[in-house]
Write a protein that binds this ligand. Structure first.
Ligand SMILES: NC(=O)C1=CN([C@@H]2O[C@H](COP(=O)(O)OP(=O)(O)OC[C@H]3O[C@@H](n4cnc5c(N)ncnc54)[C@H](O)[C@@H]3O)[C@@H](O)[C@H]2O)C=CC1
Ligand SMILES: O=C(O)[C@H]1O[C@H](OP(=O)(O)OP(=O)(O)OC[C@H]2O[C@@H](n3ccc(=O)[nH]c3=O)[C@H](O)[C@@H]2O)[C@H](O)[C@@H](O)[C@@H]1O
Length: 429
C-alpha cells in the first residue's frame, strides 16, 4: 500500500520505518526543512534503538519530503503524527493538527483513509472530520479514523512490531476504512479493539493516566515505606505477583516525565473540568509527581550541612533510558533545582543534550568519569543500564565525598556501601 505520514518525529519516523519494514511504500512529510534535509542525507535526527538500521534497510521504500502534495498524490492512506503539546492552561494545543488537516484538504482529489495517530482529547477527531467538510472535501472522498499509538520511546520499533493491541475508532456511519486498516497492519499479530472515535481517543488518555497513576501510587507508597522502615522493592515485588496488580510500572523514583504523561494527564484533567467533573484522582497523581524532585532535594539537605557548597555529578539527563528525549525530564528539573540551590553541577548522559544555557554552575561532560571526578555527591537521575553496572570502587576513588543518591531506585545498596559510600534511595527501609 502507498502511505503518507505527516510529521516525522518519534511517532512518525517509527511508524514510517515499521510500515516500510512490513512492505508498504511510505512518503514521510514534515514542515521542518532541516529534518527532511537530514533524513535525505541519511542522518536520523532522533536517537531510538534500531530506527536507523530499519530505515537504512528499507530506504528504497521511504521518501522524505517537505511537500504534502507529493505524499498525497501517491498515497491512499494518510497518517497524521504531528505534535499535540500542552497550552499553558493544560489544554491541548491543536494548531499543528488543524493546520495539517487544512493543508490536506487542499490536495484530496480521490478517496483517502485519514488516520489520526497523534494523541488528541475526546471529540477532536470528529471536529477534524467537520473541518474537512467545511474546507470543501466531500465525505465520499475520505474516511477518518482514530488510531492512537501506544509505543514507548526507547523501545518504539519493538513496541510497534509487537503491539499488544491495535485500537481503531470509526464514525458510526462509515466503516469503509476497517478492511484498509487491517491490510495496513496485516504484518502485526495482535487483537483489534474496534470502537467509536471518542472511544479510541479515551482509550489512549485512560491508558496513559492509568500508567501515570501506578507511578504516583508507588511513589506515595515509597514515602510511607521511608517513614515506617519498610522496603519499597519488597512491597512492589509482593504486590506485583498479584495478577490484578501486575509487576510493571512500580519503580519508585524521581517521577514520570516525557512528552506524553505530563501533558496527557493534564489534558484529561481539563477535559473532565470542561464536563463539570472534578478529577480527584488525576489531580492527586500530578500533585505527587510534581513534588518528587523536591523530595530528593530534601533528602540531600538532610544528608549534608550546606547543599550550596556541594559539587554534584548528575548521571542522566534524558527523561528515561535509551532515548535522547529531554522533554519534561525529571532529571533536567532536578539539575535546575540544584543549580538554583547554588550547587556546582556536572551532568552526563550517553545520548541526551542538556540545555544549560540559562543555568549557572551547570556543565555537561563528555564522559561519566569527568562528571564524577572530585564530586561530593553522585546522583543517578536516569536509570540507564550503564549506570547500574558501575565499578563503585573506581567511582569512590574519583569522588571527593561519600554520598550516592539513587533517585531511580535502580542500584543495589550493598554494592555501594561495601566501598564506604553512603547510599540514599527512597523507601529503602
Ligand atoms: N513520543 C511518543 O513516545 C509518543 C507520542 N504520541 C503522540 O504522537 C504525537 C507526535 O508525538 P512525537 O512524535 O513525539 O512529536 P515530535 O514533536 O517528535 O514530532 C512532531 C513532528 O510533526 C511535525 N509537524 C508539525 N506540524 C506539522 C504539519 N502541519 N505538517 C507537517 N509536519 C508537521 C514537526 O515538525 C515534528 O517533526 C503527539 O500527539 C504525541 O502525544 C503517542 C504515543 C507515543
Ligand atoms: O503516549 C506516549 O507518549 C507514551 O507514553 C509512555 O511512554 P514513554 O513516555 O515513552 O515512557 P515510559 O516508559 O512510559 O516512561 C514514562 C516516565 O515514567 C517513568 N517511570 C516509568 C515506569 C516506572 O515504573 N516508574 C517511572 O518513574 C519513566 O522514568 C519516565 O520518566 C507510555 O508508556 C506509552 O505507552 C505511550 O505510548
Amino acid at each position: 500500500m502507498n502511505v503518507c505520514i505527516v510529521g516525522t518525529g518519534y511517532v512518525g519516523l517509527t511508524t514510517a520505518a515499521v510500515l516500510a519494514e512490513l512492505g508498504h511504500q511510505v512518503y514521510c512529510v514534515d514542515q521542518n526543512h532541516d529534518k527532511i534535509e537530514q533524513l535525505n542525507r541519511g542522518y536520523i535526527p532522533i536517537y531510538e534503538p534500531n530506527l536507523k538500521e530499519i530505515i537504512e534497510k528499507n530506504r528504497d521504500r521511504l521518501t522524505f519530503t517537505n511537500g504534502l502534495d507529493l505524499g498525497i498524490k501517491h498515497a491512499s492512506i494518510v497518517i497524521i503524527c504531528v505534535g499535540t503539546p500542552s497550552l499553558t492552561d493544560g489544554r491541548t494545543d491543536l494548531t499543528y493538527i488543524q493546520s495539517a488537516i487544512d493543508h490536506l484538504a487542499l490536495h484530496i482529489d480521490s478517496y483517502k483513509t485519514i488516520i489520526i495517530k497523534s494523541t488528541v482529547p475526546p471529540g477532536t477527531t470528529e471536529q477534524l472530520y467537520i473541518q474537512l467538510l467545511e474546507k470543501g472535501v466531500p465525505n465520499h472522498l475520505f474516511s477518518i479514523v482514530a488510531n492512537p499509538e501506544f509505543l514507548r520511546e526507547g523501545s518504539a520499533i519493538f513496541d510497534m512490531l509487537h503491539a499488544d493491541k491495535i485500537v481503531i475508532g470509526l464514525r458510526p456511519d462509515d466503516q469503509r476504512s476497517l478492511p484498509i486498516m487491517k491490510s495496513l497492519y496485516a504484518g502485526i499479530s495482535c487483537p483489534y479493539v474496534i470502537t467509536s472515535l471518542t472511544g479510541a481517543e479515551m482509550i489512549k488518555y485512560a491508558s496513559n493516566a492509568f500508567l501515570a497513576t501506578k507511578i504516583s501510587f508507588i511513589n506515595e507508597m515509597a514515602r510511607i515505606c521511608d517513614a515506617v522502615g519498610a522496603n519499597i522493592h519488597d512491597v512492589a515485588k509482593g504486590i506485583g505477583y498479584d495478577p490484578r496488580i501486575g509487576p510493571h510500572f512500580l519503580q519508585a523514583g524521581l517521577g514520570y516525565g516525557g512528552s506524553c504523561f505530563p501533558k496527557d494527564v493534564k489534558s484529561l484533567e481539563q477535559v473532565a473540568h470542561s464536563q463539570k467533573i472534578t478529577p480527584h484522582l488525576l489531580q492527586a497523581v500530578q500533585l505527587i509527581n510534581d513534588s518528587q524532585v523536591n523530595l530528593y532535594i530534601q533528602k540531600l539537605q538532610q544528608a549534608v550541612n550546606h547543599l550550596s557548597d556541594q559539587t554534584i555529578a548528575v548521571l542522566g539527563i534524558a527523561f528515561k533510558p535509551n532515548t535522547d528525549d529531554t522533554r519534561h525530564s525529571p532529571a533536567e528539573h532536578l539539575i535546575r533545582k540544584l543549580s538554583e540551590a547554588g550547587c556546582i553541577v556536572r551532568a552526563y548522559d550517553p545520548k541526551a543534550k542538556l540545555d544549560s544555557s540559562h543555568q549557572p554552575n551547570v556543565t555537561q561532560t563528555d564522559t561519566l568519569q569527568e562528571a564524577v571526578e572530585g564530586a561530593d555527591i553522585l546522583i543517578i537521575a536516569t536509570d540507564w543500564q550503564e549506570f547500574q553496572q558501575l565499578n563503585w570502587r573506581e567511582i569512590k576513588a574519583r569522588m571527593n565525598g561519600p554520598i550516592v543518591l539513587d533517585a531511580r531506585n535502580c542500584l543495589r545498596r550493598q554494592d555501594i556501601e561495601q566501598w564506604g559510600l553512603q547510599y540514599i534511595g527512597v523507601g529503602c527501609g
